[in-house]
Design a protein around this ligand. Sequence first.
Ligand code: SF4
Length: 407
Amino acid sequence: MLSKLSSPLLRGYRTAIRPLAFAARHVHNAAAVDSGSASGGNGTTTSALYRALNATAPRTDWTREEIASIYNTPLIDLTHASGTLHRRFHSPGAVQMCTLMNIKTGGCSEDCSYCAQSSRYQTGLKATKLSTVDSVLAAARVARDNGSTRFCMGAAWRDMRGRKSSLRNIKAMVEGVHALGLESCVTLGMLDEAQAKELKDAGLTAYNHNVDTSREHYPKVITTRSYDERLQTISNVRDAGIKVCTGGILGLGEKPEDHVGLLHTVATMPSHPESFPVNTLVPIEGTPLFKSTRIAFDAVLRTIATARLVMPTAIIRIAAGRVDMSEEKQVLCFIAGANAVFTGEKMLTTACSGWEEDLAMFKRWGLYPMKAHVEPALRKAEESFQVDASLLANVPDSSYQGTSATG
Ligand code: SF4
């Protein structure tokens, strides 16, 4: 149901959209590139930002220079553009709550230098066996009853080779999660084609396998598996018809150009990942990256905004490290195009914001939990700025009066 609010709002936003498009062409962006293939009105050569902002479908032929020019746009313009495009493909108030459970902790043979679960580092983490199907489904039920619509399960190991009985149990978990009406996602390391097909047949919604960072920076972080091996697993997942969830970790000692490289890798895959998680390093004592410099928030926001502009249909997830972000910073990320969070008691081995806390934040800002299996799609411009009053019904009055109850 659309409220009466839609007409004045729409009129206001219509007038706002036109100057934005104009501004995108003339944005003070020293790095703006001449795409050479498209022209705005009056023969003006369009910038990469302008083309991104006017996308009617995802494109996978981005050049690294184009993505760099978007990434380097003044943040005030960049976030305005990404927030505007976000509304064209997604309901701006909808944020998916996902819960991530560690179904097998620690003892991993890989050397990812940020990870508490690698057996190579003394982090004090105790390795466990694979959780039972019943215990996983009990946790999934709790997540669903609290509002999560995606349940993710992570196992700390290199790959699925020789893990036939584990795969059998994981398929039972996937089927059970599916039967609860939740989207299911697993992250199990490297996967071959046959294993991907088995998981698809069990009803798996998505498979997470992060590329972590740019191709250039990657060898400084992990040496036990190559970037190409990661891409091969992602390709196996995609070919099996499972949705791809792949993203990065910011704060691994990388440079801004590595954020551009990461975005270029994912935005030029044969099809964009359905899901792009943005993690920030949670430094773990005992890991090589424990003392690395914390990533600045503007770099996180810039990465999210650029991701929204170059992958308009992806669900952008604020993942690890969110627990250290103030509410206001999180909301800036939502305005710029992020539309999913991890909520629950824990996120693998690190702390996580809880459901109550997140729902209270949602209410203050007019956000609401996204349903399961929502498919982003291009909406008409006028629909992008309509407000559904039924969704505002549960928002406390104080939210409109600037007297919200945040501490
Ligand atoms: S493969 Fe996964 S669990 Fe293993 S060390 Fe790397 S990040 Fe940690």
